[in-house]
Write a protein that binds this ligand. Structure first.
Ligand code: NAP
Length: 330
């Protein structure tokens, strides 16, 4: 008989939480019972999921008293920091979308196409990486395996949905006179070179996350990386320019074939026909789209890529559900 599992979705009413539900609906696991949690503001609300009305429950310290096998946390850092340890103490394995545990030594940071073996080194919590990091490491992993990466320069163009519901409301606000809920300046008609807070070294926390999370996922703790992360007035899907310096010489055609044959990637690259990845085309998809694949002639063995993915799907929900699937397979 097939084992039945009980899974809690924390933050089920938010952008990531609702996308998790969509991805789970597509998977249609027959052997999972779900419970949906959010803040007290949503307690009692109904969410249509798997052709049923699910009642959202308020998350509190007793929510894990009845046993859950797995919980996907999508409710921000404070909620993860407070409630994930409680869940783990009750025997639940947590897949966490927040950044709080990502760099902890005993917490694996996993992209299933890249470092699936790390999932099983967990002590109860597995972190989902930052959305902009997830889409970057998919093409970087095969390049690192074949040509060994020497240095990475990231420049990101990140959608407002990456900042949650309030980010979308700020873009919809449009007129600069209205009160902004998320960003320090109007995002409408602007590019903001600030994502998350500034650190003492003048980098933002988002840039720091991309640098340290890439190193952890690729198991390259000293890899030289720099990043500039920019919020742009796009509703959904992050775009990234990735400049990579490789140790070994490469042939451009071989790189394209390598990326085409790598899991989770769709190569979308035909300059003559004006074909390259676009946020509007990546929207709603689970794959990472890679194009503008070309040599950087300013250095030896330099490569430029343009990488686009749906930050709510592969950047958050899809990746979390893939981790859940791997845990269940075990
Ligand atoms: N957006 C992205 O592209 C993205 C990508 C990767 C990772 N993440 C991470 O995923 C998490 C969720 O992001 P989001 O964009 O989905 O945010 P969001 O749209 O603002 O949703 C936040 C969710 O958290 C719930 N929540 C807030 N306080 C709570 C509490 N005290 N107890 C229980 N639930 C509570 C909210 O419930 P109510 O509806 O009741 O307020 C809502 O369901 C964050 O950690 C974020 O950093 C986001």
């Amino acid at each position: 008989m097939q084992t039945k599992y009980k899974v809690a979705i924390i933050g089920a009413t938010g952008l990531v939480g609702r996308t998790v539900l969509k991805v789970l609906e597509k998977k249609n696991f027959s052997h999972i019972y779900y419970n949906l949690f959010a803040s007290e503001n949503s307690a009692g609300k109904k969410i249509r999921f798997l052709n049923q009305d699910f009642i959202v429950r308020k998350l509190d310290k007793n929510s894990f008293d009845s046993h859950f096998d797995f919980a996907i946390f999508c409710a921000g850092s404070f909620v993860s920091e407070t409630f994930a340890p409680i869940a783990v103490s009750h025997g639940c394995t947590v897949i966490d979308n927040s950044s709080v545990f990502r760099l902890d030594a005993d917490v694996p940071l996993v992209v299933p196409e890249v470092n699936p073996e790390d999932i099983f080194k967990n002590s109860g919590i597995i972190s989902n990486p930052n959305c902009s990091t997830i889409q970057a490491v998919l093409p970087l992993k095969p390049l690192n395996d074949k040509y060994k990466i020497k240095r990475i320069v990231y420049s990101t163009y990140q959608a407002v949905s990456g900042a949650g519901r309030l980010g979308i409301e700020d873009l919809e606000t449009k007129a600069s006179g209205e009160t902004l809920k998320k960003f320090p300046y109007p995002i409408y008609n602007n590019c903001l070179p600030q994502i998350d807070v500034f650190l003492n070294n003048n980098y933002t926390k988002e840039e720091f996350k991309m640098i340290y999370e890439t190193r952890k996922i690729l198991h390259s703790p000293d890899l030289p990386i720099t990043a500039t992360c920019v919020r742009v007035p796009v509703l959904n899907c992050h775009s990234e320019s990735i400049n990579v310096e490789l140790e070994k010489e490469f042939d451009l055609y071989d790189v394209k074939i390598l990326l085409e044959n790598s899991p989770g990637i769709i190569v979308c690259d035909d300059p003559e026909k004006l074909v390259y990845p676009l946020a509007s085309k990546a929207n709603g998809n689970d794959e990472v789209f890679v194009g503008r694949i070309r040599k950087d002639f300013s250095i030896s063995n330099g490569l430029n890529l343009w990488v686009v993915a749906d930050n709510l799907r592969k950047g958050a929900a899809t990746n979390a559900v893939q981790i859940l699937e791997k845990l269940i397979e075990l």
